[in-house]
Design a protein around this ligand. Sequence first.
Ligand SMILES: Cc1ncc(COP(=O)(O)O)c(C=O)c1O
Length: 303
Amino acid sequence: MIPPEIANDLGAGHAFVDLVEDYLEMARSREVPAPVPPAIADVIATFDEPPPARGRPLDEVLDDVRRRVLPNAMWTPDPMHMGHQLSVPLPAAIWAETIVAALNPSHAVAELSAATTVIERRIVRWLADYAGFGPDAGGTFAIGATECTFSGLAAARARALPHAWEQGVQGGEAVVFVSEHAHYSVARAVSLLGLGAANAIRVPSDERFAMDPAALERLLDAERRTVVAVVGTSGSTAVGAFDDLAAIGRICADRGIWLHVDGAHGASALFQIFCVNFHVAFGDDAHCLFSERILVNGEHFII
Ligand SMILES: Cc1ncc(COP(=O)(O)O)c(C=O)c1O
């Protein structure tokens, strides 16, 4: 624990800002080579220690962060960074986190977060307008795409199986059709919602690794169980394949089936009004025609 007289010193904030600035400069300049990620066993060994018996001076703690945390972190701002899909935070976004931490709002109850709850709703409204959704569109911010998919499919389950909330779901009662190359979080959401991961049925893909709409149609025609949703992917994890959302959307609309789109990678392009016209870039109008709900995941945007 940091001693209260130091922890309560607001001037200590400068030391944190200095550390972040040093990190960003190091990572961007390339004068310091980015650390080669060590084996996870070495990282575990690095942090394998008992809890501190007493508080330590803040500068010692920050030194420790420089010594042990930075070399074991992923240096996303490095110009040669090519690992995984995380975006590089803008400095303004980093500093904004300090305001959120200082305000510590709880969005569980509006009276505990009046301003930030209203701001969230306002931003969702703006995003829905940018996306071309109608006045009934709504949404929420989520911590990541896994939560987005879980929430979207929970809503789809409530629509298709209204009894599920109170009474649960019978095994094999319902299915979800999923892009063959969908992220594993989709099957997890299906499982966590009590539908059974085996009932997340993968639709074969075409030569572009996108869901084959004709195959989807055949599967739906043959299906006798309740179809909770079809999950399309707008930018798949491994190859960045985009499902034909216009075709899939029409198939779902004709049958009254909920279409959920995992847009972890591609959907944010809807909001890049300054640099791309998404509808032209991806050649479809599916988002505007068929989507009504939006869940925003800020972590992943990489286009
Ligand atoms: C297409 C897709 N969907 C969902 C996820 C899960 O995202 P998150 O880690 O934000 O929950 C990922 C992660 O890489 C992804 O690529």
